[in-house]
Design a protein around this ligand. Structure first.
Ligand code: MN
Length: 329
């Protein structure tokens, strides 16, 4: 049984500031290539790692153009919800988003804790589970990465979180493969969110895979040297995984403006430093409102209920703000 896995498409109609090409057309080309890859490899299921859309409410004209391509994949696409797909990075807002609409239409299917079971030609069973992004995914609890029950020959788990092989900087919360490798029963853990990716890592008999985002939109100069890739997973009596580069992807220098990337990268660094200086609570992570609220709640010893309500109100406010933006267009 063959699976195609790719992640972080960030579909949008407008051009990111650092792109020299037409991002919209480039992304369509990439998805068309992935459709061909699925056909040529006789892929049974497509798995997507989250952030299909760059924002929850992109224009219907853009969505329509992409659905035309996506519909050519074997459907539904099995996926988890990324932070960009929803309002306030809160998966419970999905019903108000474009991705929620695609789920209702049967174009995507959300993975969850309750496993989807598929069977290979040689009658091996595979369970597929998934965990959506949420604000505390890389907090102390690593549950979103850990499969606790396995009643099949093979287990695949998909999630959208900051899973890394090596420690990152202190400003960002992350999870190390080492933290979860001995705890999860999944034979294959597929992740999105960290756009640079880390390829295929094998810890004992368990695979951890992040081929990196298919779109290069992060404000980091290192993106210039990365060619967007996808993974093909072949499971029969054993597991075979390969990561392949998108043939249509151009050299980083041709699509990314190095100077603008440098400016954006420096802006992000300065902004991070600035916020670190002005915070009295100290450990403000990622500069995300959700994390700031968590920090304050923890510092002030506020209960989970209050934290949850604050987060929901922010999601609602973001929804209103984006609606106003749309009205202005
Ligand atoms: Mn992303």
């Amino acid at each position: 049984m063959k699976f195609l896995f790719f992640t972080d498409a960030h579909i949008r109609g407008s051009n990111p500031r650092s792109r020299k090409d037409n991002f919209f057309e480039t992304l369509k080309e990439k998805l068309n290539e992935l459709v061909d890859v699925a056909k040529e490899n006789k892929v049974d299921h497509v798995i997507f790692g989250g952030d299909l859309f760059d924002r929850p409410d992109i224009s219907l004209a853009v969505v329509k153009d992409f659905i035309k391509i996506i519909k050519k994949f074997p459907l539904p696409i099995l996926c988890v919800i990324g932070n960009h797909d929803v309002y306030g990075q809160n998966p419970s807002t999905v019903n108000r988003t474009i991705l929620g609409l695609l789920e209702e239409l049967g174009i995507v299917e959300f993975l969850s804790n309750s496993p989807k079971i598929v069977m290979t030609e040689s009658k091996k069973t595979i369970q597929i589970t998934g965990s959506h992004y949420y604000y505390d995914i890389d907090g102390a609890e690593k549950d979103s990465y850990i499969v606790k029950e396995k009643n099949c020959d093979f287990s695949i788990h998909v999630t959208h979180g900051f899973l890394l092989e090596k420690p990152f900087n202190d400003e960002v919360r992350y999870t190390l493969i080492d933290d979860i490798a001995s705890l999860t029963l999944a034979d294959i853990t597929l992740v999105g969110h960290y756009h640079s990716g880390f390829g295929i890592k094998k810890y004992n008999d368990k695979y951890f895979v992040n081929p990196g985002a298919i779109s290069r939109i992060s404000s980091t100069v290192s993106e210039i040297y990365r060619i967007p890739s996808y993974a093909i997973i072949d499971i029969d009596n054993n597991i075979n995984i390969s990561i392949l580069k998108l043939q249509c992807a151009k050299n980083g220098e041709d699509v990314l403006d190095r100077e603008k990337l440098l400016i954006e990268q420096n802006k992000t660094i300065l902004f991070n430093q600035f916020v670190h200086q002005i915070t009295s609570y100290g450990n403000f992570e990622l500069l995300k409102l959700e994390n700031i609220i968590s920090e304050i709640a923890e510092h002030e010893k506020l209960g989970n209920e209050i934290k949850k309500e604050a987060l929901e109100k922010i999601a609602l406010a973001q929804d209103l703000i984006t609606k106003e933006e749309v009205n202005l267009e």
